[in-house]
Every structure is written in structure tokens, then in C-alpha cells.
Design a protein around this ligand. Structure first.
Ligand code: BEZ
Length: 387
């Protein structure tokens, strides 16, 4: 399947402005279902993952090998499951890539496992998918919710923060991210003195929650928010003039939307698996290619799409010609990419990678990311996973 000339074939019921061309699929050999949110509070994440995925395949000159069928999960678990079924039974894809929401991944897990169609998770951090509900058909190239937040819990406690108030949306990712942070922070001697969960995708006014957090007298507020919710939350943190320092999982101030957050993002300290200011040859080459194609800085979401496509191409090169062989080859992925060294842990099929602690700062009139520490090769516990 190697060395077939270039053409990216896209089949989609959606009309997305992503730079793809609708062309014949006759010569494509691997059919991929790209299952992402293109509507709702995580729509920009879905678009960024798609951009990264498309770039990797184009860069490799292998567009002709892959037919891509795009489906919108609308960020709704039942819709995600229905679209996964459609991709498997109607479109007969060889592999699915994508999924942003932990809730959607949770809803799809049993179907993926039973239908034995490999899923490359390009965002959703649901711990269970590579923990007690792991599957040989699920490989994650993004992060787990625990992996992003445990290092930050330990780091903050070891760096003088004694008490924290937590906030997050009320769905699987919000709970898992806060649980992981809390466990590590308290194990290192810190205390979480208050915690609230906000209705997911429905909270427009964070004022009452921010007021409670400030009134608690905690040394800091630690949160998980992403996409449209992150923008609203950070802007309101600024406009309510909250003095308590703001910490978070790094999706809070993602380069994808930090400009929309404005000055309120300055000084937010957070943890993440990819930072665009990483000073490595691999990252510089990636940024150059990404900017040449999209004229903007890449985010962690774009890198996840990029790495999902690299993992897929590597699996194909290693003999992945159908669902079964792709599933068996995907966990063998290991390379140094834009985010640094990465590998898949065969015990869980979750990624092993560095986690970076970073501040959002203003430099030369623009918001950017300053890396202040690196926690190397963070690996999740097996946590009940039996492949
Ligand atoms: C999740 O639901 O797993 C998730 C969504 C957005 C950013 C990070 C994680």
C-alpha cells in the first residue's frame, strides 16, 4: 500500500469549509471515518483536528491512499454512537479517527469493541477507554484526563499552593480531570476546600461560581474548560476582576482560542501535552508546514489530528490492510513528533508523553506560551485494563 501517488478523497454529507476537494474515491485503499464535532461548543476543536489530520497525509504525499468520510458528532453521545454505526455499516470504513468528548467516547466504546473496528482517539480523554474499559480496538494518541492533570496537582502543591477551589463542566471529562488533579494535589499535601460542577454547554454566566471560588479564600482556582466554554470562563474571570490566581488543565488557554480570551488569559498557569513554543526541530518543522497551509499557529488539537494520521500511516506501512491488521499495528507507534517523544503503552493503548507546565504571557504585543517545567514520559496506571 506504500508509495501510491497523491490524492485525498473526501466523502461527506457535511458541507465543511476545510479546504478539501470532493473527488473520486476509486483508487483509495484505506477508508477512514473522521468522527468529530463540527457544531457546538467544541466545533473549533473538531476543525483543528481535521486540519492536522489533513496536513499529515498531504505532507506525506499519500492523499490518494485514503478516503475520508466526515461525520459530525454534534457533541452528543447518542449522535456520536449513531454516526459510528453509520460509518461502520453503511460506509464500511476500515478505521475511525477522532472523537472529542469523553461522553461521546464512553457511549461508543462497546460498539467499537464489539464491531472490532479500530478507533484512533484524537482527543477524548475518558480514562476508562484506556483503563477498565480498554479494548484492543481503541488506541489513544491524544491524552487521558488523568495524564494531563495529575502532574499539575503534584507540581502546584510542591510549588507553594496549599489550598484550591475547583470548577469544571458537569460531564465525564470534567469529573475525571478534577478527580485526577485532586488526588495528586492532596497526596502531595494540598487541600481542595471547595468544588462545583457547571451545567455542560449551558452555563453562560460563570459569575456566581467565580464569586463562590473567590469567597472560599483558596490560594488558587483550578479548572477544566475547553472550546467556547473556556473563552467565556476566562473572559468572565477577567471582567469580574477575580484576584485569586487561576490554574487549569491547559485546554483552558489553548493557542486555538487564547486570542479570543484576551488579556484575562495573561498569568494563567496550566498543564498540557503540546505547547507551540517548544524549541525542537520537529516542532519547528511542524509549525512551518502548518502555518504555510493554514496561516495560523497550531494548537494541541491540530497536533492530535496530525499524530492520528501519522499513526494510521505507520500502521498501514507495517502491514495494516484491513480492520484486524490495522488494530494490531496501531499500538506499535513510537516516534519523536511536534510534542516530543511519544509511544503507545501496550498495557493500556494510551499514549506515553511529556506534560508541560506553562504560563500564558504577553510578548511583543501577542499572547504566547512560556514553558516553565516539563514532567517527562507520563504514563497512566493499568487501572484494571485487560486487553
Ligand atoms: C473531553 O471531553 O475528553 C475533552 C474535551 C475537550 C478538551 C479536552 C478533553
Amino acid at each position: 500500500m506504500k508509495n501510491i501517488a497523491t490524492k485525498l478523497a473526501l466523502v461527506t454529507g457535511l458541507c465543511l469549509n476545510l479546504g478539501f476537494t470532493m473527488i473520486s474515491t476509486a483508487s483509495a485503499e484505506t477508508k477512514v471515518g473522521l468522527l468529530l464535532p463540527y457544531t457546538g461548543t467544541y466545533a473549533s476543536l473538531g476543525n483543528a483536528i481535521t486540519e492536522g489530520f489533513e496536513l499529515a497525509i498531504e505532507e506525506a504525499g499519500r492523499t490518494e491512499e485514503f478516503t475520508i468520510v466526515i461525520e459530525d458528532t454534534e457533541m452528543k453521545p447518542p449522535v456520536g454512537l449513531a454516526k459510528a454505526r453509520k460509518l461502520v455499516y453503511q460506509d464500511e470504513v476500515d478505521v475511525i479517527a477522532g472523537v472529542v468528548s469523553s461522553g461521546v467516547l464512553g457511549a461508543m466504546r462497546d460498539f467499537i469493541h464489539q464491531s472490532q473496528v479500530p478507533l484512533i482517539v484524537a482527543n477524548a480523554g475518558n480514562n476508562l477507554a484506556t483503563g477498565e474499559n480498554c479494548s484492543p480496538y481503541i488506541v489513544r494518541v491524544s491524552f487521558s484526563n488523568g495524564q494531563i492533570n495529575r502532574p499539575m496537582g503534584t507540581w502546584l502543591s510542591e510549588n507553594g499552593v496549599k489550598t484550591i477551589y475547583t470548577l469544571a463542566p458537569d460531564y465525564a471529562a470534567g469529573h475525571q480531570m478534577i478527580d485526577a488533579f485532586t488526588e495528586a494535589f492532596t497526596a502531595a499535601g494540598g487541600e481542595v476546600i471547595g468544588s462545583e460542577f457547571t451545567p455542560f454547554g449551558q452555563t453562560k454566566d460563570f459569575g456566581p461560581y467565580l464569586t463562590n471560588a473567590q469567597a472560599s479564600g483558596a490560594d488558587g482556582i483550578f479548572v477544566f474548560y475547553a472550546g467556547g466554554e473556556a473563552i467565556n470562563f476566562v473572559k468572565q474571570y477577567g471582567s469580574f476582576n477575580i484576584k485569586t490566581p487561576l490554574y487549569g488543565s491547559g485546554f483552558l488557554t489553548s493557542p486555538l482560542y487564547v486570542e479570543a480570551e484576551g488579556d484575562a488569559a495573561i498569568g494563567v498557569r496550566a498543564s498540557l501535552h503540546y505547547i507551540p513554543t517548544l524549541d525542537t526541530a520537529e516542532n519547528k518543522a511542524f509549525i512551518k508546514a502548518f502555518q504555510a497551509k493554514y496561516n495560523t499557529m497550531p494548537s494541541e488539537y491540530a497536533v492530535q489530528g496530525y499524530d492520528a494520521a501519522l499513526a494510521l500511516m505507520a500502521a498501514v506501512d507495517n502491514g495494516g490492510v484491513d480492520r484486524a491488521t490495522l488494530a494490531s499495528q496501531l499500538p506499535h507507534v513510537s516516534y519523536v513528533g511536534p510534542r516530543g517523544p511519544l509511544e503507545i503503552d501496550p498495557a493500556t493503548n494510551n499514549i506515553v508523553q511529556n506534560i508541560y507546565i506553562y504560563d500564558t504571557v504577553m510578548e511583543n504585543g501577542a499572547l504566547t506560551q512560556k514553558i516553565i517545567d516539563t514532567v517527562p514520559a507520563v504514563r497512566d496506571d493499568v487501572a484494571g485494563c485487560q486487553m
